[in-house]
Design a protein around this ligand. Structure first.
Ligand SMILES: NC(=O)c1ccc[n+]([C@@H]2O[C@H](COP(=O)([O-])OP(=O)(O)OC[C@H]3O[C@@H](n4cnc5c(N)ncnc54)[C@H](O)[C@@H]3O)[C@@H](O)[C@H]2O)c1
Length: 393
């Protein structure tokens, strides 16, 4: 680190890359002092125009045309990898070899073999190697986890999680990288990874899955004529290509505790733009969260009087994790959602990089994210075997 500052860069100026760029910009405005000054060094994208636009908007010093240019820049210390999953391994290997700390987007890699190689890399790396599971930074989700840990729901009886999005409902949506790769790399890898991680964050490790089904509603899509950003529409040609992975999947999971979970994920869930939601049910309480209302959750615990029974709407405020110090206006009910989660994640990553005294909870590791991919692989195997139970290694 040059003169006590951390030089950061983001590789990928697309949908999520901008969230990382915005997150680093905010890290020194939240949770007080402690972190060294952050230098917003570079945003890189193969689409230089996009990188230049993001660098200008988010106040980064320069735009670079390739990830290799980031790896070669000695003034950059910490880097987010925010490009298509197939590129994660190659970029992570080059960055770690160049001595840079890495925050890689989920899913960890485009294949389980690549993910395993990244965990091998992590074992010997002397830099931070971490993965962006942003929902771990949700004040509401963390509060629910705390209720569960304190036993306030009693013994858990069911976790029911879903991530329903509608970004793939339009058959004229372009065949972007999201629709390529084998089974498991579609809705399961793209959004399922988040709800699986959130479930384990709350209820502990999953040890087996069963009853899986995968389906693809739109099997062919038009080829894009140019760059596609995130889920955006783009000009398309008359030619079509095959969708290689699932639009929708469902499965049952068994946790190490014996708890049963049911999961469904879909990118063709009409009218639900970003619907990560779950219910946690126990013998003495329940909690429910929906990312479409990210700054609140429902909580119900055993009330002594039957007439006061029922769920309470808990509105996010300084009583929840991350809230105090995490907002410019620290008053209850001011809202908060996706952008804040990326800020807290970036702060946690840089806390680790700088070794600050009182860090935010550490980010997930490559090994944690390999475990998610192993669950997804087991879901695919269960679907191939008519729903048979498959253990997680
Ligand atoms: N945590 C979250 O909430 C979240 C949300 C969306 C996406 N993601 C993850 O972020 C990653 C990127 O997703 P996205 O939606 O931002 O994708 P995107 O398609 O919008 O952006 C990817 C960018 O990578 C660039 N790119 C492609 N090849 C490149 C190369 N060789 N060198 C440099 N840049 C290159 C593209 O030009 C594009 O701008 C994925 O791993 C995805 O799973 C995470």
């Amino acid at each position: 680190m040059d003169a006590g500052t951390i030089g950061v860069a983001v590789i990928g100026a697309g949908m999520a890359g901008r969230s990382h760029a915005a997150g680093y910009r905010q890290v020194n405005t939240v949770f007080g002092a402690g972190l060294p000054p952050v230098r917003l060094a570079a945003i890189a994208d193969a689409n230089l125009e996009l990188a230049e636009d993001a660098a200008r908007r988010y106040g980064y010093e320069k735009a670079l045309p390739s990830w290799e240019a980031v790896a070669q820049d000695p003034t950059i210390d910490a880097v987010s990898i925010v490009v298509g999953n197939d590129l994660h391994r190659r970029i992570a290997e080059a960055l770690v070899a160049a001595g840079k700390h890495v925050l890689c987007e989920k899913p960890l890699a485009g294949s389980i073999e690549d993910a395993r190689a990244m965990v091998e890399l992590e074992r010997t790396a002397d830099v931070v190697t971490s993965v962006g599971y942003t929902f771990r930074r949700s004040p509401a989700i963390t509060a629910i986890r705390d209720h569960v840990r304190r036993g306030e729901l009693g013994d858990l009886s069911l976790f029911s999680g879903r991530y329903w999005c509608d970004y793939a409902t339009d058959p004229n949506g372009p065949l972007s990288w999201r629709f390529k790769g084998g089974p498991g790399s579609g809705a399961l890898g793209d959004i399922g990874a988040h709800v699986i991680d959130a479930a384990e964050y709350i209820a502990g490790p999953v040890v087996a899955v069963s009853g899986a089904t995968l389906s693809t509603q739109i099997t062919k899509r038009p080829l894009p004529l140019g760059a596609v950003v995130g889920h955006n529409a783009a000009p398309v040609s008359g030619e079509v290509g095959a969708v290689e992975n699932e639009d929708t999947a469902s499965f049952t999971a068994r946790f190490a505790s014996g708890l049963v979970g049911t999961f469904s994920v879909s990118r063709t869930a009409f009218g639900l733009p970003n619907g990560l939601a779950f219910d946690v049910l126990g013998l003495g309480g329940r909690a429910a969260f929906d990312q479409h209302r990210p700054a609140e959750y429902l909580f119900d615990d055993a009330q002594p009087e039957a007439r006061t029974r029922g769920a309470r709407q808990i509105i996010a405020g300084p009583q929840l994790p991350y809230f105090k110090g995490g907002y410019p206006m620290e008053a209850p009910g001011v809202g908060g959602g996706n952008a804040e989660m990326f800020t807290y994640q970036a702060r946690a990553f840089l806390d680790q990089v700088a070794g600050v005294a009182d860090p935010l909870p550490a980010c997930a590791t490559f090994a944690d994210a390999l475990h998610t991919m192993e669950i997804i692989q087991a879901v695919v195997r269960s679907a191939d075997a008519a729903g048979a139970s498959v253990d997680i290694p």
